[in-house]
Design a protein around this ligand. Structure first.
Ligand code: FES
Ligand code: FES
Length: 156
């Protein structure tokens, strides 16, 4: 059985079983390996992607839930690392081992798509499901603020 969906703005068809976690469809079937496996149990956020713009845990979301819907992965954030978050991540030297960072970026991207002037509390709330074993939280928050400021400037 095939499932039609949109991935990073392009129509795609997945042949995996509908119950297959979306994470494995992205990584194994479609070759989008930027999304990472951490816990497999909705606990760490490493596998975060967007489903119709909302951050979801792809390790625990069946392919069937994405049928005829739009999925965005880290590969779709920008073509050339020019998303304000990606630039801020580099400027703040955020990643340590890097393993959690695509999930962090996707949660942050969903936040800034909805709110370009988040408070500290709103940042903490949006990012609370993304665990970083290297402890990059302070830099993540600083980079989100830098990116938010750039996005606001872009609209001014
Ligand atoms: S791998 Fe999905 S939440 Fe940890
Ligand atoms: S940068 Fe290593 S787990 Fe977050």
């Amino acid at each position: 059985m095939s499932v039609n969906l949109t991935i990073n703005g392009r129509a795609a068809t997945a042949q995996s079983e509908p119950a297959t976690p979306l994470l494995w469809v992205l990584r194994d079937e479609l070759g989008l390996t930027g999304t990472k496996f951490g816990c497999g149990a909705k606990l760490c956020g490493a596998c975060t992607v967007h489903l119709d713009g909302e951050p979801i845990r792809s390790c625990s979301t069946p392919l069937s839930r994405a049928a005829d819907r739009s999925v965005s992965t880290i590969e779709g954030l920008s073509k050339d690392n020019s998303h304000p978050l990606q630039k801020a991540w580099i400027a703040h030297d955020v990643p340590q081992c890097g393993y959690c960072q695509s999930g962090q970026l996707m949660s942050a991207a969903a936040l800034l798509a909805a709110n370009q002037n988040p408070s500290d509390a709103q940042i903490d709330e949006a990012m609370k499901g993304n665990v970083c074993r290297c402890g990059t939280y302070v830099r993540v928050r600083a980079a989100i603020k830098t990116a938010a400021a750039e996005m606001r400037r872009g609209k001014a």
